[in-house]
Design a protein around this ligand. Structure first.
Ligand code: SF4
Length: 257
């Protein structure tokens, strides 16, 4: 794929195996080696970067859900982080926009909850904007992966190209090394085509490891959207990627109900 070349240039990125490509989905597979400034990363098929957990790291959250089947393959723990500056018209989670809202939780405490969530195959991180909390989320996933081999899916409102060119201290590269599947780009209401597991057609699905290469093309971009309704803190909570009609109906019923 073309963008992997850009990664190689920026981060002295070396891939030892072949790219895995599935229809409609771009997949990378294999063992990745790269340097970021003074840090060296050695990332295997499932993307384990070599860094240690900072114990005081905190994540600002909008919500969590211990079990869902509508945010990726298999049973997953879902995390919605708090804070996003994009203000996309039609955003499903406008209440997650404020960078002061939500609540703070220690990364190691959240990791404990994830690890103890039985039968999940992985974690999906959405928001809000996960890449505005890269350091804390990197610590979180390191703490999880130290104890369980869980897959990681991340939804970001930034494009992959933007993230690869963002000038930071190597934190994004470290976070990338832990992600198995990335869905990028903001929600664009005019491009909402109703296909599964992404909000609009500008959003692309990238397998950053081989973990979901065999299933990604079977579940992303399909002509069906699924949602779940949960009760969180005595309130109804909608999980998944709804169509715009479904979301409008949900908002109206929630306000009037
Ligand atoms: S990037 Fe995502 S969370 Fe942020 S405003 Fe847009 S749709 Fe909402």
């Amino acid at each position: 794929m073309s963008s992997i070349g850009a990664v190689c240039e920026i981060w002295n990125f070396t891939r030892e195996d072949d790219v895995v490509a599935a229809p409609g989905v771009e997949c990378w597979s294999g063992r990745f080696l790269f340097d970021v400034q003074d840090l060296q990363f050695d990332m295997n098929l499932y993307g384990r970067g070599l860094m240690s957990l900072k114990p005081d790291s905190k994540v600002r959250l909008y919500a969590t859900l211990p079990h869902t089947r509508v945010l990726g393959p298999y049973l997953r723990f879902a995390i919605w982080v708090q804070g996003c500056g994009k203000k996309c018209p039609g955003c499903m989670t406008p209440d997650a926009a404020s960078f002061d809202g939500g609540f703070l939780v220690k990364a190691d405490e959240l990791a404990e909850r994830i690890v103890n969530s039985l039968e999940i195959e992985g974690v999906t991180i959405s928001g809000g904007e996960p890449f505005d909390q890269v350091s804390a989320l990197t610590n979180l996933i390191h703490a999880v992966r130290a104890r369980r081999d869980l897959g990681v899916i991340v939804y970001t409102g930034y494009t992959l190209d933007y993230l690869m060119n963002r000038n930071d201290s190597g934190e994004i590269a470290s976070f990338f090394s832990l992600i198995d599947l990335l869905i990028d780009g903001p929600y664009v209401r005019e491009l909402d085509d109703g296909l599964s597991l992404r909000g609009s057609s500008n959003q692309a699905v990238y397998c950053l490891s081989g973990r979901y290469a065999g299933v990604a093309d079977q579940i992303y971009g399909r002509p069906v959207r699924k949602v779940e309704i949960h009760i969180l803190d005595n309130e109804l909570f909608l999980a998944g990627i709804p169509g715009s009609d479904m979301l409008n109906t949900w908002k109206e019923r929630k306000i009037t109900g």
